[in-house]
Design a protein. Sequence first.
Length: 377
Amino acid sequence: MGTMTELPPALQPPDEITRSLFGQGRRIAHAHPLAIDALVAAVILVVCTAWLVQSDFANPRTVLVQTALIAVIAVRRLWPAAVFLAASAIGLTQWLLGFSVPGDVALLVALYTVAAHQSRTRAVVAALFAGMTAASGSRYLAWMDERARRLEIERDQQATIAAAAERTRIARELHDIVSHSLSVVITLADAAALVSRTDPDQGADAMTEVSEVGRHALSDMRAMLGVLRTDEAPPGQAPLPPQPGVGQLGALMERIRATGLDVSLSVDGTPFPLGAAAELTAYRIVQEALTNTLRHAAARQAWVTISYDEPEVRIRVADDGIAASPNGPDGQHGHGIDGMRERAALHRGALHAGPADGGGWLVQATLRPRMSGAVLV
């Protein structure tokens, strides 16, 4: 620390300077350096704290860091270099935490003290250290900005992937609902056209069944698309019906029988909870298999068997029709079999579709539902 030396009389300042307010203040500052530095630190702390508490950065952490940063300059002239190093360390910690405070002015005060009371070498070293500290903090903040930007890009990519998966799910559901319902409607309409001239009552019954199938298809589509709505249902509106499952296969059999196809349903084993996702998958596989039977097999009979063998459930749909191409008429490629196979794979299962040994067409699927991780598809 610098010391005052007695000057020769010829070099003494004039009396008007030494007796002025500035001169008296200078003598007091040199006579009581610790008290003056503590007072300066207290004034800076009060001013900076008053600004900080009115800002958006006010919280216990920022107040604590600012207080420590300013408190060290209370002894700046006793240990200039040590005070500067301490202030720099606190400032670096603050930058690593990613915020700034008005108390950063204490760093400038500490650097000034080193320059004013230490050798030029120490002052240069202190300035170099301050620059390196600031550069390190700047690089860290730049890295944080880049990381935030990349996380934002990744979030957008995940949203895009989720949207694509949702579109695929909707397309699969629409395919199953529309394909099945239209197949039943076309079969019933053809039957009504054939019998209406000879048996008007039977034709009218067939057209009534057409209307019922159409209404049921619309209800299924509303239930599926309703989950996409983000707004609340209007007051008085009926809640959306649940997605179909194994329990609704009986009603599905009735609609299929109305087309003239004799279909039976049997359940083997002891049923166990499958979860909503696996329930829907089982229903859609049976629905799609029977739809293919109506469209391509020219069958008279079909058999549906649901076998429970925990943790597996097996689905078997067979008919006595011709072994038509699973991809559609004339070998045209469709998505029905592929869709059923994808559904089974989502539940760690597999699906096989092809000609049966004794004739007709056979669809067999195995599902291994995982209740804890099931996702509605």
